[in-house]
Write a protein that binds this ligand. Structure first.
Ligand SMILES: Nc1ncnc2c1ncn2[C@@H]1O[C@H](COP(=O)(O)OP(=O)(O)OP(=O)(O)O)[C@@H](O)[C@H]1O
Ligand SMILES: [Mg+2]
Length: 216
């Protein structure tokens, strides 16, 4: 197996990093794979890169793992403009190509949701398209997620990319009608449910090893 996936979510802060590290730990521990997590663009403080590096078991220079890092916790196109920079998707592709061969499983964590702008004319969707990767969707279970999920799946298909599967993630402790929401998604989506992650008091990707299925 040598596979790479683009991991997006129904919004920002829906558990992309938690699930990305969950897949990396699963690949390493259950399948004995060499695994590598990348996050090409970060805006704001956060610890996404440290978490991905901790979950990876192959080395890679940080400027390939995360070629763009901005301090301001705002949309990446705005953060970049604020410091006089432009995010270049071609450069991200170059960094990805440099390291993808080092691992059997590469997970590229997106930024925000699937249609978040990266510069004046290109979005996260264009990046996924340029990298030509199957997409995993993390559904943050909260009110409004049915609409966000269906819009996200449509946007992925509109780019001509395969949806490798989706993960239901309980980001809220007490969402009303949470099981009915997951059932509704199962009814609407033909793509495989790769895991249903319950609300965790201490969220940690290591705890997901028995809870996530690897996409085909
Ligand atoms: N299943 C869960 N149970 C409890 N808390 C969760 C769960 N999933 C995510 N969280 C919490 O929600 C917050 C956002 O999660 P995470 O950082 O993984 O999201 P993200 O989509 O990667 O965010 P970003 O858009 O900043 O990259 C974190 O505080 C995380 O611990
Ligand atoms: Mg994240």
């Amino acid at each position: 197996m040598r596979q790479a996936y683009f991991l997006t979510g129904t919004d920002l802060a829906v558990g992309k990093s938690l699930i990305a590290t969950g897949f990396l730990y699963t690949g390493a521990r259950s399948w004995d794979l060499k695994v590598l997590g990348l996050k090409p663009v970060v805006a704001g403080p956060g610890d996404d890169i440290d978490r991905l590096v901790a979950a990876s078991n192959v080395e890679s220079p940080r400027h390939y793992i995360n070629p763009y890092h901005f301090d301001e916790p705002v949309a990446p196109n705005i953060a970049a403009k604020g410091v006089g920079k432009t995010i270049d998707l071609g450069h991200i592709k170059y960094c990805f190509d440099e390291v993808r061969g080092r691992a059997d499983l590469v997970i590229v964590e997106g930024i925000g949701g699937f249609c978040a702008p990266l510069n004046d004319s290109e979005t996260v969707a264009d990046l996924a398209k340029l990298l030509a990767l199957p997409v995993i969707v993390v559904v943050g279970l909260k009110q409004g997620c049915l609409n966000h999920t269906l819009l996200t799946i449509d946007a992925i298909k509109a780019k001509g990319l395969p949806v490798a599967g989706w993960v239901a993630n309980e980001v809220e402790r007490d969402m009303q009608c949470v099981s009915e929401t997951v059932t509704t998604l199962k009814t609407y989506l033909a793509e495989p449910l790769l895991g249903y992650i319950r609300y965790q008091d201490q969220p940690d990707g290591k705890n997901l090893v028995k809870q996530l299925s690897m996409p085909d």
